[in-house]
Design a protein around this ligand. Structure first.
Ligand code: ATP
Length: 237
């Protein structure tokens, strides 16, 4: 569904992503794991065309490189950005409406109804200012807003950042619910525990390069990953 090959992102002389190749199959959840500054956000932004990149970016066989961001969204890519970036003065409904691509009244209402089914908590808060909600609720708004464009591939950048463990679990459950609905998901996380629990496969990124990839259970059991990204001390013999 999504294929990256030899992706390169630089900010002037600073290389952020080097020769990155990954793919996400239809209906698959894939985790991109790495420390602060490893290049996860740059990868997701490059996929959407928010930063300049070189290399192949294919969505469902269609080449995205060179296409403006709004057309990539119309083709089926959506991002819930790191830090959520909801519009704080706007209501939940208005935030969600901004995510639509086809802005007809009927299509928007249908999508809003669907979001209220997936996120029942947002139903009772639909008229509330997004900025007055908790971090977890704002994260739900950011994910729902991304879903309003009916993406083929949903990208989640650090969705658990700063959230309590109970909310992290809820986001994990949400990812599995979306997977059951057939969505392909690419989830970037520094705190990798939840991402590795819900993902089918994972890629580990270090200073812009993939250093490990494979079945997420195998990646989760890897001693280096456990020590670097899951907070376990490496056993010394
Ligand atoms: P984080 O979780 O902190 O966002 P990340 O893995 O998403 O980390 P990136 O934000 O993609 O990493 O950053 C990768 C590298 O690119 C880092 O060295 C970072 O300092 C650099 N970088 C990111 N954005 C810019 C920018 N706008 N200008 C210059 N350098 C940047």
């Amino acid at each position: 569904m999504l294929r990256l090959d030899a992706l390169e992102v630089s900010y002037g002389p600073v290389g952020a992503v080097s020769g990155l190749s990954l793919n996400v199959a239809p209906g698959e959840v894939v985790a991109l794991v790495g420390a602060n500054g490893a290049g996860k956000s740059s990868t997701l932004k490059a996929i959407l065309g928010l930063v300049k990149a070189r290399g192949l970016i294919q969505l469902d066989g269609e080449e995205m490189a060179g296409m403006p961001t709004h057309l990539r969204v119309a083709s089926g890519l959506a991002l819930s950005p790191e830090g959520r970036h909801v519009f704080p003065q706007m209501s939940v409904r208005e935030n969600l409406e901004l995510g639509t691509v086809k802005r007809t009244v009927g299509a928007t209402k249908e999508l809003l109804d669907e979001m209220m089914t997936i996120f029942p908590r947002l139903r009772e808060r639909i008229s509330q200012q997004a900025g007055s909600m908790s971090g977890g609720e704002q994260q739900m708004v950011a994910i729902a807003r991304a879903l309003m464009s009916r993406p083929k591939v949903l990208m989640l950048d650090e969705p658990t950042l700063g959230l309590a463990p109970l909310i992290v679990d809820q986001i994990g459950e949400l990812v599995l619910t979306l997977k059951k609905r057939g969505l392909s998901i690419l989830i970037s996380e520094q705190n990798a525990e939840m991402a590795l629990d819900v993902a089918d496969r994972a890629y580990v990124l270090e200073t812009g390069r993939i250093v490990k990839s494979g079945d997420s259970r195998v990646i989760k059991a890897d001693p280096v990953v456990r020590s670097a990204y899951l907070g376990f001390e490496e056993e010394t013999v």
